[in-house]
Design a binder for this molecule. Structure first.
Ligand code: AOS
Ligand code: ZN
Ligand code: ZN
Length: 388
């Protein structure tokens, strides 16, 4: 797509979902460095997400995590979000922070613990009914640390049974996003370690189950854009959890570690005409900002995804396909690299100005006084932590 009007139109329609937990304190297992002004409540996380949307124009939904964002009245929380100009997006379940889940949640050998974990999935769908959320995002920490610790195959059966129960509870317009992760916290065998396992369970479940690709959840060197292309072809790509990794599940800002990889992923999206929200892919961030200022880091991440998308939209498809057909290896590669090497920042600044936004959302944030306001308002020391 090289027609600039069409490129801008596609960029205006782009949507990126922010994660409520990225606004709160987070850390490693060694230390959490608290930051002043971080949200103390789900409402304050939503207010911060609304600020990101106000400045970027393309982040109108925020994902919640239950129970971290549990409130008494989700209808009221949803209306609060709407009043601030955003909406509640995916509901993330948490079956990894309870003593009972030491040996697994939905794959635990104990049926009572499996029941408890499955009930949590059903509870999350009840919440979705109230918030109007379409997406139930499931990530399971389930797995084993030692060969022989439990039966790999039985654990797949237990997983399938829990997923079936949740799937059958979904409303007509709701769906499951099934995330996979190579390792951590389980170190020998994770029960959904890769896209193939997630895909197979989604196929077994039916059309309302699709795969969520967390870009930090693969072995080093994995070709993620291949997974994207494959799942898109199968109609089974439901979402991304964007973040950057250098080593493991680092949860750094999207586009920070490998902007070229992000571009290659977004090219597969553009190639499949799957960027528009009507294509049904939820482009979420899943990040933790342990040492950097949180709201500017989330704005930066949104802009990084937007930049990668703009470059992908600039790929000259006709020239690329012609070079591919002609077997012109270097020519085809050059078409892709020309797009990647384009500085799209002036185009995006212009786009924002045309939409009534500040051309530089991070500078606008610093000028806005919002940071000083939240530091002053949220000074009573009850900051919500990652997992709080
Ligand atoms: C965990 O590694 C996954 O990325 C999940 O998406 C998880 O629910 C999220 O990171 C919040 O903890
Ligand atoms: Zn994730
Ligand atoms: Zn993760």
């Amino acid at each position: 797509m090289s027609d600039l009007t069409a490129v801008k139109e596609a960029l205006r329609a782009q949507r990126i979902e922010t994660p409520s937990w990225a606004f709160a304190n987070s850390g490693t297992r060694f230390k959490v460095f608290p930051q002043p002004g971080v949200p103390r409540t789900p409402e304050e996380k939503i207010a911060d997400a609304a600020k990101v949307h106000e400045l970027t124009g393309i982040a109108p939904t925020v994902a919640l995590h239950i129970p971290w964002d549990r409130v008494g009245d989700f209808g009221a929380l949803s209306r609060y979000a709407n009043d601030l100009g955003i909406a509640i997006g995916a509901i993330n379940t948490n079956v990894f922070q309870d003593e009972d889940y030491k040996l697994g949640s939905v794959t635990n050998p104990d049926p009572a613990i499996r029941r408890k974990a499955t009930d949590h999935l059903l509870e999350a769908i009840d919440i979705m009914d109230v918030t109007g959320s379409r997406d139930l995002k499931l990530w399971f920490s389930d797995g084993i640390n030692y060969p022989g610790q439990d039966d790999l195959r039985s654990r797949q059966d237990r997983l399938a049974a829990a997923l079936r129960e949740a799937y059958d509870r979904l409303g007509a317009d709701q769906r499951i996003l099934l995330e996979y992760k190579l390792f951590e916290p389980a170190f020998y065998a994770t029960d959904i370690p890769d896209w193939g396992t997630s895909y197979a369970h989604c196929v077994e479940l039916g059309p309302k189950a699709t795969v969520c690709i967390d870009t930090g959840h693969h072995a080093p060197g994995t070709n993620i854009e291949f997974i994207v292309a494959f799942l898109l072809r199968q109609g089974k790509l439901g979402a991304f959890d964007f973040n950057s990794r250098f080593y493991a599940d680092d949860d750094l800002m999207a586009g920070a570690a490998d902007p070229f990889q992000l571009f290659r992923i977004m090219w597969e999206i553009v190639r499949a005409d799957a960027l528009d929200p009507s294509a049904g892919i939820n482009f979420m961030l899943d990040q933790c900002h342990n040492i950097e200022a949180k709201i500017p880091a989330i704005i930066r991440s949104v802009l990084n995804v937007q930049e990668a998308t703009a470059k992908a939209l600039l790929v000259d498809r006709d020239a690329l396909f012609a070079a591919q057909q002609a077997g012109d290896v270097l020519g085809a590669n050059a078409v892709l690299m020309d797009a990647y090497n384009t500085d799209v920042r002036p185009l995006l600044a212009e786009l924002r100005e045309e939409s009534g936004l500040d051309p530089d959302p991070i500078a606008a944030y610093h000028r806005s006084g919002y940071q000083d306001k939240i530091v002053a308002e949220r000074a009573d020391g009850r900051q919500a932590g990652w997992g709080a």
